[in-house]
Design a protein around this ligand. Structure first.
Ligand code: FES
Length: 683
């Protein structure tokens, strides 16, 4: 898609979402509130709707008189009942109050308005009945629907449309490992695409319901003219109208196969009795037949059945209503509507929240000032660091696999995995190996930080989370790679989950946390593999990773060669990529001599930024005043992940999976480059 056009679509999508989004969520949630009404109403309001078996009901006129006595201020409108002999009879008044009566005992069970009770209230809200002008209420709902259609098709689906087949695969799957807003947007797109078809159906079918002109257009296009109701013939003065019971007996004779009936009193002196009948073989719940009787002579004036007499225009209109409201295809379709309507709530949250985060980002405190309360030598060249709040207050929660940015006194920022139990809120613990070839980070941690120091830490972020649905987890640590996996072991153990932790290291002397593991609740789940110990079992990928099941997930962290050998072995044993999770400590050392210069185009402004052979995309953008959030700066953490709209990426990170790289729709500007002369970025 042309980037300028895409930008306009994005603008349309964002602003239609921000302006009519709340109205759309209101419609969706109130609709969800009563879509299961036919199944739940008898459960919730059984005291009004259900009666002991009744084989010989009292005459309808007697029941109507009882109802009138219970609701003296009302004017009789109609009487409704079903063929079930355990259902009450509902006498409706013109103020839309129903009086429910036991048809055998003539006992009043209660009074409820058409829009009373939970389901009635949802219906009332959904139809905008709180507008005194009902037509206006329908029109407002109609416009909200139309805006949603624009939001959905005009923006959402077009923006979502993947660039290639690989991108299609990733676009259909929620990616929990993406950082921050990217993860929320992944949820937004995935929920959107799976609910789109049904939401389009609900929205399109609402058009003739909300807009009278659309309905009229439908009727005139199909040549449908609403029939006039027959009138009663004038009767000599003083002639009493026929009884409701007599009308019912004639209706019954005319339509013997019925499930539900509504018998309407003549609204005016010259009107006829009118019956609406749901017959047994109806295609949906609005497929009603009609029967009219002269109010005085009792003569049949007209009878039409839905299947035989209704014209196509009317049938289409009725199908719009039943498809919109779930009055067809029973419970499966109603559950589908419910899920999609609730999906609109998820869409609203996942669409609003990245926008709000972006807008109010500056007001969020990005760093924590903490005290280094304990520094412990855990093994040769390895120290652990425990940080606590300066006032002893609880720290923000984190989940297993999370890391924090540590802002060192030297000005460097380094990322370290949290290794303590995520249920602890009094401390953050990290563990750092002093690298021989340190670029200053681990050296500064070991040499400059002292107990009692105040240190700035970023809020915990997690790009290496546990899969919530895993039945069994295999954690594989190589040396200092134990840090995130130790936190995972704590979390899995407290949940009582099934897991094994393989702890591989050269020697005990170089292995941190051996005592802590020996004293932990999960010590029996840990298998140690020490290279210098002939009695120690060697870690053997072909044996230790043999037992794969689709619900098993593998997590590996450690030196690059160790991780790559483990992952390659897991692939050989049949583990699919989706079940393998990894966290690298360092990026790829790429050879920059082969770098070529290229250009970046910013889709939002069309601006071109040149990236020289020596520079990174991130640095070139920063030099032009375009800041991208970053953390590791070497393609490990995923913080800088940016959407690509055009051009081919030369991926040089360790964050994206092979499948995600092939999709060519995101890249890490801190280290990755272009294969061609230009990349178009969604910024
Ligand atoms: S900043 Fe970490 S991947 Fe780019």
């Amino acid at each position: 898609m042309n980037p300028t056009f895409r930008k306009k679509l994005l603008w349309l999508h964002t602003w239609s979402g921000l302006t009519v989004g709340l109205l759309v969520v209101f419609l969706a949630l109130t609709g969800a509130g009563f879509v299961l009404r036919p199944h739940l109403e008898d459960l919730v309001y059984g005291n009004l709707h259900l009666v002991p078996k009744c084989e010989a009901p009292q005459p309808l006129d007697k029941l109507a008189a009882i109802a009138k006595a219970a609701h003296p201020q009302g004017k009789l409108h109609s009487i409704e009942f079903t063929a079930e002999n355990t259902s009450s009879v509902a006498v409706m008044f013109t103020d839309k109050d129903y009086v429910f009566i036991d048809p055998c005992q003539g006992k009043v069970l209660g009074v409820q308005n058409q829009y009373g009770g939970f389901f009635g209230l949802m219906d009332w809200l959904h139809r905008f009945r709180f507008f005194t002008d009902l037509k206006l209420g329908r029109t407002v709902a109609g416009w909200a629907n139309t805006a949603f259609l624009v939001l959905l098709i005009g923006g959402g689906i077009a923006l979502w449309w993947p660039r290639n087949r690989q991108a299609l695969k990733t676009a259909l799957k929620f990616n929990a490992r993406l950082p921050g807003s990217a993860r929320t947007l992944s949820l937004h797109k995935v929920v959107g695409v799976y609910t789109a078809l049904v939401l389009v159906l609900i929205t399109v079918t609402a058009l003739p319901i909300g807009f009278e002109p659309v309905k009229e257009l439908l009727y005139s296009a199909t040549g449908y003219v609403p029939p006039k109701k027959p009138l009663s013939k004038a009767a000599p003065e003083g002639t009493a109208p026929q009884s409701m019971e007599a009308f019912w007996q004639k209706t019954r004779a005319a339509a013997p196969e019925w499930d539900w009936v509504s018998l309407r009193y003549p609204p005016k002196s010259d009107a006829s009795y009118e019956a609406e009948i749901l017959e047994k073989d109806r295609p949906h719940e609005l497929a009603k037949g009609h029967y009219y009787m002269d109010a005085f002579s009792g003569e049949t004036l007209k009878q039409d059945g839905y299947l035989t007499d209704q014209q196509i225009g009317r049938k289409i209109y009725l199908y719009c209503i039943v498809l919109h409201a779930g009055m067809v295809w029973g419970l499966p379709y109603q559950l589908l509507l419910l899920a999609c309507a609730l999906g609109v709530g998820v869409q609203a949250y996942s669409g609003f929240s990245p926008y709000l985060r972006r807008t109010f980002r500056k007001s969020v405190k990005p760093r924590l000032e903490l005290k280094l309360v304990k520094k412990t030598v855990e093994a040769d060249g390895i120290c652990s660091f425990e940080f606590a709040d300066l006032k002893g207050e609880a720290l923000p929660m984190f989940s297993a696999g999370a890391h924090v940015d540590v802002y060192l006194p030297s000005g460097l920022v380094r990322q370290y995995s949290l290794c303590n139990d995520p249920s602890e809120t009094h401390r953050y613990q990290i563990c750092v190996l002093r690298h021989a070839a340190s670029r200053g980070g681990s050296q500064a941690m070991h040499e400059l930080l002292l107990e009692g120091d105040t240190v700035s830490l970023g809020l915990p972020k997690n790009h290496f989370p546990l899969e919530s649905g895993a039945k069994h987890s295999v954690l594989i640590a190589g040396g200092i790679g134990i840090t995130p996996l130790l936190s995972m072991a704590h979390q899995l153990s407290s949940k009582g989950a099934d897991f094994t932790l393989h702890y591989c290291a050269r020697s005990r002397q170089r292995s941190p946390f051996l005592d802590a593991i020996a004293n932990s609740k999960f010590s029996d789940r840990v298998v140690f593999h020490f290279s210098d110990d002939p009695n120690s079992k060697k870690f053997d990928v072909s044996k230790d990773l043999r037992q794969f099941s689709p619900e098993s997930h593998l997590y590996v962290c450690g030196p690059v060669r160790f991780m790559e050998a483990t992952l390659a072995g897991a692939h050989q044993q049949g583990w699919p990529e989706g079940n393998l999770h990894r966290e690298y400590f360092s990026g790829v050392q790429s050879d920059s001599t082969s770098n070529v210069a290229f250009d970046i185009k910013l889709a939002s402004s069309g601006r071109i930024v040149h990236v020289s052979k020596e520079s990174t995309v991130m640095a070139a953008l920063a030099a032009c005043g375009v800041e991208i959030a970053s953390s590791c700066s070497e393609g490990v953490c995923g913080t800088c992940l940016t959407r690509v709209l055009g051009g081919e990426v030369d991926h040089r990170d360790r964050f994206l999976t092979a499948q995600e790289r092939a999709a060519q729709d995101r890249f890490t500007p801190c280290c990755s480059r272009a294969r061609g002369s230009m990349l178009v970025l969604d910024i």
